[in-house]
Design a protein around this ligand. Sequence first.
Ligand SMILES: Cc1cc2nc3c(=O)[nH]c(=O)nc-3n(C[C@H](O)[C@H](O)[C@H](O)COP(=O)(O)OP(=O)(O)OC[C@H]3O[C@@H](n4cnc5c(N)ncnc54)[C@H](O)[C@@H]3O)c2cc1C
Length: 477
Amino acid sequence: MELKGLGSKTREKIRRIVGSDNCSDRPEDLYLYAFDAMNRRFLPEMVAHPADASQISSILKLANADGFPVVPRGAGTGLTGGSLPVAGGLILTTSRLNRIIGIDRENMTAWVESGVINGDLQAEVEKQSLFFPPDPSSAKFSTLGGNAAENAGGSRAVKYGVTRDYVMALEVVMPTGEIIHTGSAAMKSVTGYDLTRLLVGSEGTLGVITRLLLKLIPKPQAVGSMLTSFPEVRQACMAVTNIMTSRIVPSTLEFMDRSAIDCVKDYLDLEIPSEAAALLLIEVDGPPGVVEDQVAILENVCREAGAILFQTASTPEERESLWKARRSISPAIMKIRPLKINEDVAVPRMKIPDLIQGVEEIAGKRDVRIVNFGHAGDGNVHVNLLIDPEDKDEVARAHTALEDLFKLTVSLGGSLTGEHGIGIAKAPFMYLEVDKDTMDVMRRIKRALDPNNILNPHKTFDYEPDIADREIRAPDA
Ligand SMILES: Cc1cc2nc3c(=O)[nH]c(=O)nc-3n(C[C@H](O)[C@H](O)[C@H](O)COP(=O)(O)OP(=O)(O)OC[C@H]3O[C@@H](n4cnc5c(N)ncnc54)[C@H](O)[C@@H]3O)c2cc1C
């Protein structure tokens, strides 16, 4: 089916479904939904804020009948353009699906609507000594539906896994409008295909998630935080391996390279040795006595690997001061160049030194400033290319550097994206990692579930380079 723009009759039908107070096609409203955290802009034709799965179902049935694209949107914090309306059409937000339906303390689960903010759920369950581990750095703003659609990770993934590991069941509106229920409230269930796992990470292309049943675990009693630095990246990587094989599983194991350290050292309350080429932020959690013992063991492990600094935190304020090193990177690097392209490649842990060395070579060869940090424990490194968007030559060099980076990553047995998803940002490079037949199976699944291609078209394997023609510039302030 050829997708069309939204005609006046279709707009009227959408108003009738969600109520005219819950949708808009005024330009000033549309601009608010033209961008996410990736630096590109596409204008939708209308935005709707449905109240429940039944309204979403009516909208999707209408989209199939009248032929217009629908793009699900949570908080719009995505970094790969997943919620951008690249083909125009309707933005469908989950802003009104914002209820924590119930927390079941005994079974350690929670039913939530998909527009609930991750951090709000974390705060709520912690009041009952429970814990929801998926903790992307955007947790204070991003929605649980968006986290599930992107299979978001975060710094606790090294011990606790990613969003997928905590989604037990879903209510989803299919692209053709049926409301389906996947998974089970039972801890174990192998009935039928695992549609939950198919839908989690599908980046809003296979269905609109309206409710999630999430697994919770007991809240750890204590946390031990450490910051340590090394004169060589290789030594930091050795420490990472030795930590992971020490029979202690850290709850956080974050890495920063020299370029990242240079960016943040002026913001820190502690002195980082000038020869530091790599820094690790490590946390362990569990019963207080065990945590103390583990911190002592990890200090030995790090010193044996060549640590030249080992700082621990014993109060929440001291912990915050150590985290400042990690949290200051993003604002600090924006002072170097106005735009960063934030990649999230992942490699087998032992390949991190090869990745960092390769990235340094790419930075030199393409003359682009690159800062690396990320989740060393799971080999997921944020490679940040810093550019001035007004400098066309630098932008072109950065794009060549990106392709170099993805080729390097795949040659190391890695993946283009550990947590941010493909969206439109990495779509042109997906062929590097996924072979043609595998990609074809993905296309067949999409076609079977969304025969008219109305749900979030032109994302991931369905990318069309022509979308650039529909991009808009920011409105003048
Ligand atoms: C400062 C910052 C820090 C970040 N840190 C991390 C991090 O540590 N780890 C990490 O993994 N990511 C991180 N991200 C990326 C981003 O926050 C995550 O991808 C997050 O999961 C997106 O959630 P959202 O609600 O903003 O979704 P959106 O950006 O609105 O949408 C993202 C995708 O999900 C789809 N979608 C949204 N809601 C639904 C739904 N209900 N049903 C079906 N599809 C849906 C959209 O169509 C889109 O494709 C960060 C982003 C920022 C800006």
